[in-house]
Design a protein around this ligand. Sequence first.
Ligand code: AKG
Ligand code: FE2
Length: 274
Amino acid sequence: MQAKVGDDEALVGIAEAFGRIQRHILSDHRGIVDISVDTQENPKIGDANEYGGLSAKSFALHTDGAFLQGIAQLDETIAFELRPPRLIVMACKIQASEGGGNILVDGHDLYDRLLADFPDLIDALTVSGSAAFVRDQEQSGRSQVFERCSDGTLQIRYRGDRQMFLAERLGISSAELRSYVKEKVSGVLVELHEGDIVIVDNTRIVHSREDVTAKSLSESRSMRRLWVFDERSERFGDGDIIAGRRSMETLAGYVPMPRSSQDPALDLALGIRR
Ligand SMILES: O=C(O)CCC(=O)C(=O)O
Ligand SMILES: [Fe+2]
């Protein structure tokens, strides 16, 4: 989906039409992440090289938040399972003078191709624990590339870089799968101009970004990104949650925020349906 948007407030309104905004450790109080080179200064980042969006280099195909798995508490009564966001809302504030286009690849198409080329592999790729994803201080250790979700749809989790690990017993290494995807699967190039937004089903589509070939990313390009929380996440509301547990500290930066809109969230047919 592609549209035009005026300011940050309108952008928040668009994201909230689809559900609650999911925080990110780099987001502001509204949940907006500013993607430009100067974000690297942020003290919450351990290793800036792990955040592909923040450099001027190309960013390999990925699922946003592939590293999210575990529980985080919202307050003393509720904790949530954390998953990758359901939707990504990306807006262009300043377009790159050269490069910086986004490529969207359909995970359904990837699934079908893998099924045709490696029929024995596809089931293994849906087994929990067959893949793991890491990013800076987070990791999802018992994960999979295609997850069968509670609503019957399949959800993709993928990283076209070294943040994805595949179990040895699959017989295909992460590097081999990555080069297969690069070679066999083509996507759609989306070039956002100032004020354009794109809304991506993060459970079905993987995305990448071309090199930003202008002199400096901070001068030439600025994007805004919002995540929409996956409401299929399990809630743990047993009323007996100890506040401030260290084990939940890292993930506390990724909890959903209260929604300001009273309207029911738009219901979309998301994920890989097969
Ligand atoms: O810079 C972009 O256009 C996209 C960056 C991105 O995909 C991300 O930060 O997750
Ligand atoms: Fe991304």
